[in-house]
Design a binder for this molecule. Structure first.
Ligand SMILES: C[S@@+](CC[C@H](N)C(=O)[O-])C[C@H]1O[C@@H](n2cnc3c(N)ncnc32)[C@H](O)[C@@H]1O
Length: 347
């Protein structure tokens, strides 16, 4: 089977930031075409292991073909990273030395004509990462009120013409295809302004809303921090300011010992740093990389290392092992699992 291409972004920088070592265990939460995963598996051999996650079932099949030669050291699963902790417990993949998020979509999805992600191909307005999700972009476009649409396009697309676009959409409904939506946006705001196509921001906002991208990212990052073992690394590559803001704020907050508001004379929060920032300044692609792969131009890489005491580490590893055992016996009893885990954490 010939494997379609996606050029992995900031590849060398990612491997360095993850500090990949032989025998390590790594999670690629956004497997895509498996470019980063293949490099992690190469660098962690002999003995390395990789858990690859992707919410898109079509993408998983492509990654499986690409990573066939690594089948004894990799486990590739069609899941959403919002369930990261449960996935690790389910597949007994703990503790981990590094976790990678390379956010957004791969070129495979953007170039795929039938999914509605791209405003350059005519397709049904779908945009779901997985067919198991219920709400499509067309559902949002055709059932939201004008005010809701304007808010969504403004918040998730940072679009200055959100009100004009929302107004025109409501007049033109029903809108069921990408090109119908593109024409509606062009009528609302006129032709191309600057480098961006006028539909770019509205399409971004719909994709974020359909896939709950920002909420899922925040939830998964918090879980990822807890899953990392001693000196484990968290590496995130984001492609727009909304994602990057979430990553930056969480990493900065979790690398501080006190997060009391400014002006509070003595600390009342009791917060303890659990991360050390690896790169104080964000890492971006070189000019040469952008020339080779224009899709990389907006990429921003942030990395942090888990700070954890020996005691905390043993306790969390023990707790995870306990959950995994329980999972093998009683995965279908989540209430029991939760109760026992709470009890365990109080020991
Ligand atoms: C930029 S691509 C990753 C490319 C990959 N690093 C490579 O080298 O081929 C992002 C991937 O993350 C997946 N993805 C996005 N959100 C996800 C989520 N919440 N859960 C799981 N996978 C997700 C997408 O389906 C896509 O395949």
């Amino acid at each position: 089977m010939s494997v379609p291409t996606h050029i992995p972004v900031l590849l060398q920088e990612t491997i360095e930031a993850l500090a990949v070592q032989s025998g390590g265990r790594y999670i690629d939460c956004t497997l895509g075409a498996g470019g980063h995963a293949a490099a992690i598996l190469d660098r962690s051999s002999p003995g390395g292991q990789l858990l690859g996650i992707d919410a898109d079932p079509e993408v998983i099949e492509i990654a499986k073909a690409r990573l066939e030669t690594y089948s004894s050291s990799s486990l590739l699963v069609n899941e959403n990273f919002v369930d990261l902790e449960a996935i690790c417990i389910k597949y007994d993949f703990l503790p981990v030395h590094g976790i990678l998020f390379d956010l957004g979509l791969s070129s495979l999805q953007l170039n795929s004509h039938g999914r509605g992600f791209s405003f350059q191909h005519d397709a049904p307005l779908d945009m779901r990462l997985s067919p198991s999700q219920e709400v499509t972009a067309a559902d949002i476009i055709n059932t939201s009120s004008e005010a809701e649409l304007a808010h969504l396009i403004k918040t998730y697309g940072e679009e200055g013409y959100s009100h004009q676009i929302a107004h025109r959409i409501v007049q033109e409904r029903p809108i069921n295809t990408t090109l119908q939506l593109v024409r509606t946006i062009e009528q609302a705001v006129g032709g191309r302004r600057g480098r961006l196509h006028p539909a770019t921001r509205t399409f971004q906002s719909l994709r974020i809303a359909v896939n709950h991208e920002l909420e899922h990212l925040e939830t998964a990052l918090k879980q990822a921090i807890n899953l990392l073992g001693f000196e484990g690394r968290l590496v995130v590559i984001s492609y727009h300011s909304l994602e990057d803001r979430i990553v930056k704020q969480l990493m900065q907050q979790e690398s501080k010992d006190c997060i009391c508001p400014p002006g509070v004379p003595t600390c009342v929060c009791g917060h303890r740093a659990c991360l050390r920032l690896i790169n104080k300044r964000v890492i971006t692609p070189s000019r040469a990389e952008v020339q080779l792969n224009p899709r990389s131009r907006s990429a921003k890489l942030r990395a942090a290392e888990r700070i954890i005491t020996q005691d905390e580490y043993y306790r969390s590893a023990e707790e995870h092992r306990f959950s995994a055992r329980l999972n093998a016996e009683g995965w279908r009893r989540p209430a029991l699992l939760k109760k026992l885990r709470v009890a365990f954490s109080m020991l």
